[in-house]
Write a protein that binds this ligand. Structure first.
Ligand code: DSN
Length: 403
């Protein structure tokens, strides 16, 4: 038995992950092989620079690992070039900005409240301070991206970069349309597929290539790998991207994580992974349908992906409250701004629900319908008499049947 109390906390977290129903759209359960690589002796090795051009000795084997990982990502995503070193999605986005833009240049991106990401230019983020940000949103009635309005903004503001990609947009992104608008105004086009990388890998969401100049993705969401990111790009940007990653914004790369990205990429290339991603989407659609049938407002009316947003304001609750209510019985969702939300992001008028994690554990469409119904019952029981403690047992009963 280890003495350090941190190992005690680790055991408790392990139990929480197994006993709870994880509906956080950006999370997943990495495989044993991914965890093994992440926790391996590769963590001891320093690497800076690129394969074959390092600033340290002893890189023979890690060079082989990184070269193989790069090839796997290029092949799976039909990309001309891959940089597998970014520590996270934010670093990957900043590397692209650093490679393509100068401070003060204009970026056209989706606003946070419409589903965009913090690093796409929110005012509290460095991206919002360094660049001139013009934001597009979604149509208030349909909840869908209004490509005509986007084109108008692009024509008016002549951005140097247009970003497609979101953290809480549940519908298919039309990369070809984005690319055409970008071409028309002479902008670079970045597709941030952090959330949908697994769906793209499985061919269940259209590929950003050949449309995008650069693509950023994280490897731990639907892609089900280690926490980290990858940049894919056309050859003409390869050198600029590599230099922007290192020495531009990062020093040493995490070889243990790069190897785990390579393992995840091999797993994402299998027919089983495609089946898994199909299940993820079916589960999300089944859950969204149950909520809709019970009078809940699902933003955009449904989902094409692994996630969907629910407007909880009609219940007289905030996203924060619903998140906290569900957490007490072991169901994990996250509060999320919904389009045209007047609440602060800390409170939020909605919740975001994702099915990537529970599908990994084996949740079927029927399980998901039951979980949606359970969630509805919990919330209405809370509104009725506040005591929902009995539901914790039901949650554990469901998860005890999963892997
Ligand atoms: N914070 C992540 C998410 O939950 O979507 C995105 O970086």
């Amino acid at each position: 038995m280890k003495q350090d109390i941190l190992f005690n906390f680790l055991k408790k977290e392990e139990a929480r992950q197994l006993e709870g129903i994880n509906l956080i759209a950006s999370e997943n359960y990495a495989s044993r092989d991914v965890l093994e690589m992440t926790g391996s002796v590769l963590t001891n090795k320093y690497v800076e620079g690129s394969v074959g051009a390092r600033y340290y000795s002893g890189c023979a084997f890690v060079d082989q690992i990184e070269a193989e990982t790069i090839e796997r990502f290029k092949k799976l995503f039909h990309a001309e070039h891959a940089n597998v070193q970014p520590h996270c999605g934010s670093s990957a986005n900043f590397a692209v900005y650093f490679a393509l833009l100068n401070p003060g240049d204009t970026i056209l991106s989706m606003k946070l409240s419409a589903g965009g990401h913090l690093t796409h230019g929110h005012s509290v983020n460095l991206s919002g301070k360094m660049y001139n940000i013009i934001s597009y949103g979604v149509d208030e009635k349909t909840g869908l991206i209004d490509y005509q309005a986007l084109e108008q903004l692009a024509t008016e503001h002549k951005p140097k970069l247009i970003i497609a990609g979101a953290s809480s947009y549940s519908r298919t992104l039309d990369f070809e349309k984005f690319s055409n608008i970008a071409k028309k105004v002479g902008a670079y086009f970045l597709a941030d597929i952090a959330h949908i990388a697994g769906l793209v890998a499985a061919g269940l969401h259209p590929s950003p290539f050949p449309w995008a100049d650069c693509v950023t993705m994280t490897t731990h969401k639907t892609f089900r790998g280690p926490r980290g990111a990858v940049i894919l790009c056309k050859n003409e940007f390869a050198q600029r991207i590599d230099r922007a990653v290192m020495p531009g914004i990062q020093g040493g790369a995490f070889m243990n994580v790069i190897a785990a990205k390579g393992v995840a990429c091999a797993q994402a290339s299998t027919p089983e992974f495609k089946e898994y991603q199909k299940q993820v989407i079916q589960n999300a659609q089944a859950m969204a349908d149950v909520f809709t049938q019970h009078g809940y407002t699902v933003v955009s009316g449904g989902t094409d992906t692994h996630l969907f947003l629910i407007d909880v304001r009609p219940l007289g609750l905030t996203g924060k409250q619903v998140e906290e209510i569900l957490e007490t019985v072991g169901i994990f969702v996250n509060r999320n701004a919904i389009p045209y939300d007047s609440n602060s992001p800390m409170v939020a008028g909605g919740i975001r629900i994702g099915t990537a994690a529970i599908a990994t554990r084996g949740a079927t469409q029927t399980d998901c319908e039951n979980i949606a119904q359970l969630t509805i019952d919990i919330v209405s029981e809370y509104l009725d008499k506040e005591d929902i403690s009995a539901y914790a047992e039901l949650v554990r009963e469901i998860t005890s049947r999963w892997s």
